[in-house]
Design a protein around this ligand. Structure first.
Ligand code: SF4
Ligand code: ZN
Length: 737
């Protein structure tokens, strides 16, 4: 912390308290000690003093006690060579200043009873523009908006902007975010309120722009309003200063904008506000108080440009943007999630083996992206012919002070159900094998690709507002861009997959469920362990863990694995208990490491499906991208259709590509060495890892022993190849014993 700011604030505290002591003394010479004092129509006396100290100031002489309290709070002066003072003394000086301000305003009510207008609206004709303390009627009517969220908080603006347009710009931006704007103090005789009136902006409680008063002391009305709300709506008792301040910090998203030169009195007021968790954002070069402690983030941030003022303030206070309306031409909601887009209804599509379709979510720095910006780079729906297929990359960038790279896959995976929520749009798959089908009805309603971004932005804020602040979406539809993003995405997928590389299922006692896919496959329950990633490939154990942290009541619940019932097949008592419940009795048990005996359930999302090849005494697997025939007699689509509804189908299992080279892959059936056939593209995609696993399993040339479609697509065609290569499956015990 800067010594300068501490010096200024402490000095300010002394100045204010001394000044008000003088005013109080003079008042005692003019008025009787038992003269009534206070703000109009309130049961809360001088509300800041009453709420924090429990002292009721009703008569002039009652001011003595809080004034003495303020004097006592003043910390020792900061001497030239002193070490940096800590936050504590500064906060005390600030509170002392605020108590004095409240007394000063009460004295003004006594001495100039007509100075403030006790209404909600200003009287332009009479030139009465200062409203002073809100009475209890206004406080109840407006305060409830802070409680029900229709007003998230307030911006207390002190001083004046360099000109009227700037003032208007800032204030209107706050209005758009439903904040109240509480205005106080002047800068060389000019106030924001004067500037707004000059710019033709209506001020008053009804436009949420409240002209409290022309002096810095009138800023106290903002805090008095906040503290009364805490007592009235939060049930906090007067005098319970800790609870009052905490209520404000947690519930009222307020902050101060200091416009213009910050003098010692302003500095003291700013320090005082820190006690409420209300930070100050200034447009001048004042010393900053950056470390966190009381406020959610920084305490004082300086030198903020006017065009950045609102965004920065909202960010420093940790105010979350809420997007309540999803502005797209189609209906939207979970009701449409399960809806299909069949051939006859199809207008155009991306992915599904016809073109590349990738979705990739990447964390960004706060200043790197613009919240709510959605761009389509390349052709949009209007440029695509009916029946057409187009490449697409949905590139989502998310930033937030609480956001971590670990959360990327979780948000990315939301694309699936969120895009499905749009009526007339169907989404399948994930990562670089997504598939989006757009219906004629949606196009008739005016759907464009941009709407995908609008949905993602809005829903990410709604569902994950706690962990993110900004969402920007770019949708690429030119092949070269799509390829570029896809390459980048693949590197990220690889990195994510490898985070569980060195963990084993024995290492952990907790596995995680995933029931995200139950809307399509009602009995489907994925159990994700370190060595068995989700069959969609999008969720591994780490991802589920992070997802549970973000959303403890969400689709990823911890499962105590419990007693190991069968270590070879991978069966666990705790898991069985869980899946029985989670599948509503449809599934009694399943094995993690077997496709032959009670395999895990499969949903339509799986990246690949393994099937038995009895004549070869082995298994094959086929990935979604491979559209050709396979030796089990079924194409991927047929296999997925047969078993993708959430059943456990002995002899088949859906799995992720990464899982193939995880150590526990069908280990109950003999493990990876059973693998006799894979499509060439899949083999090549995981080549490096296959070779490595082969070596670990003592078969260094295993990669070359696996047949693909160039060898054959029936068991008869591939068997001679396997024999010639001496494939290990041929000498294993029979697959089905
Ligand atoms: Fe979750 Fe499994 Fe669906 Fe992936 S496939 S999203 S892990 S339920
Ligand atoms: Zn699924």
């Amino acid at each position: 912390m800067s010594r300068l700011v501490a010096f200024a604030a402490i000095q300010g505290g002394y100045n204010i308290v001394s000044k008000v002591e003088g005013k109080y003394k003079r008042a005692l010479q003019t008025y009787n000690a038992d003269t009534k004092v206070g703000f109009p129509n309130t049961a809360y006396f001088l509300p800041v003093i009453y709420s924090l100290l429990g002292i009721k100031v009703e008569k002039l002489e009652d001011m003595q006690k809080p004034l003495a309290f303020a004097r006592k709070l003043l910390p020792p002066h900061v001497k030239g060579q002193n070490h940096l003072p800590y936050l504590g003394p500064l906060l005390d000086a600030g509170i002392a200043a605020l108590f004095a301000f409240e007394l000063e305003e009460a004295l003004r009510y006594l001495e100039e009873p007509d100075f403030y207008l006790p209404t909600e609206e200003v009287d332009e004709e009479a030139g009465k523009i200062w409203l002073g303390a809100a009475d209890d009627t206004i406080m109840r009517k407006r305060g409830v908006e802070f409680v029900d969220g229709s007003a998230p908080g307030f911006a207390a603006i002190v001083g004046a902007a360099p000109n009227a347009e700037t003032a208007k710009l800032i204030v209107e931006e706050y209005q758009r975010r439903s904040l109240y704007i509480f205005c106080a103090a002047n800068q060389n005789g000019t106030t924001v309120i004067d500037q707004l009136r000059e710019a033709g902006v209506q001020v008053g409680w009804n436009t949420r722009i409240v002209p409290f008063g022309p002096d810095i002391s009138s800023a106290i009305f903002a805090l008095g309003f906040a503290n009364r709300a805490a007592m009235a709506f939060g049930g906090v008792q007067p005098g319970d200063y800790k609870k009052i301040l905490k209520y404000n910090k947690d519930r009222i998203f307020a902050f101060v904008n200091a416009l213009g030169d910050v003098n010692a009195e302003w500095a003291a007021a700013a320090a005082g506000c820190v006690n409420w968790g209300f930070p100050t954002i200034a447009d001048t070069d004042i010393p900053e108080i950056l470390p966190t402690g009381i406020c959610t983030y920084e305490h004082v941030v300086a030198n903020v440009k006017h065009e950045d003022m609102v965004q920065k303030s909202v960010e420093v206070r940790g105010l979350k943007t809420t997007v309540s309306k999803i502005d797209i031409p189609c209906a939207f909601g979970p009701a449409f999630e399960g809806e299909r887009v069949r051939g006859a209804d199809l207008y155009c599509q991306s992915g599904g083996g016809k073109t590349q379709c990738t979705e990739y979510l990447k964390m960004a720095q706060m200043n790197e992206i613009e919240d709510g910006k959605v761009t389509v780079v390349g052709p949009d729906i209007k440029d695509i012919k009916e029946g057409g297929a187009f490449p697409m990359a949905i590139f989502m960038q998310v930033a937030g002070r609480e956001f971590q790279e670990d959360f990327e896959p979780i948000l990315e995976r939301q694309t699936h159900h969120l895009v499905n929520y749009i009526q007339g749009i169907m989404h399948m798959g994930q990562r670089d094998i997504a598939w989006v089908r757009i219906s004629k009805q949606a196009v008739e309603k005016g759907f464009t690709l941009k709407d995908i971004g609008v949905v993602l932005h809005a829903k990410f804020h709604q569902d994950f507002g706690k962990i993110l602040d900004k969402v920007q979406v770019t949708i690429y539809t030119k092949k070269e861009d799509v390829d570029k993003i896809t390459a980048e995405a693949r590197a990220a997928y690889k990195h994510r997959d490898e985070r569980v590389e060195n963990m084993t299922d024995e290492d952990v006692e907790i596995y995680y469920s995933c029931t995200l896919c139950q809307s399509f496959a009602p009995t489907h329950v994925c159990t994700v362990s370190p060595e068995r990633t989700g069959l969609c490939g999008a969720y591994n154990w780490m991802d589920c863990k992070a997802s549970y942290e973000i959303n403890p009541t969400g689709p990823n619940q911890p499962i105590e694995k419990g007693a190991v019932v069968d270590p070879k097949l991978g069966r666990f008592a705790g898991v069985d208990d869980f899946i029985k419940k989670a599948s509503r009795g449809a599934i009694e048990t399943y094995n993690f490491y077997s496709m032959v005996n009670a395999p895990m359930t499969t949903c339509g999302c799986c990246e690949a499906i393994a099937a038995m090849l009895p004549a070869c005494n082995g298994v094959m697997t086929v990935n979604r991208e491979y559209a050709g025939e396979t030796p089990c007699g079924m194409k991927f689509t047929t296999l997925a259709g047969v078993m993708g509804g959430g059943a456990s189908s002995p002899g088949f299992v859906g799995h992720s590509k990464f899982n193939i080279t995880q150590k526990k892959f069908i280990v109950g059936d003999g493990g990876l060495l059973r693998m006799v056939w894979m499509p060439k593209i899949l083999k090549e995609e995981i080549k490096e890892r296959l070779i490595k696993r082969g070596k670990e399993l003592g078969v260094p040339n295993f990669y070359d022993m696996i047949a693909d479609e160039t060898v054959g697509t029936t068991e008869e065609e591939i068997l001679p190849f396997l024999q010639e290569k001496g494939h290990p499956a041929l000498s294993m015990p029979p697959l089905v014993g």
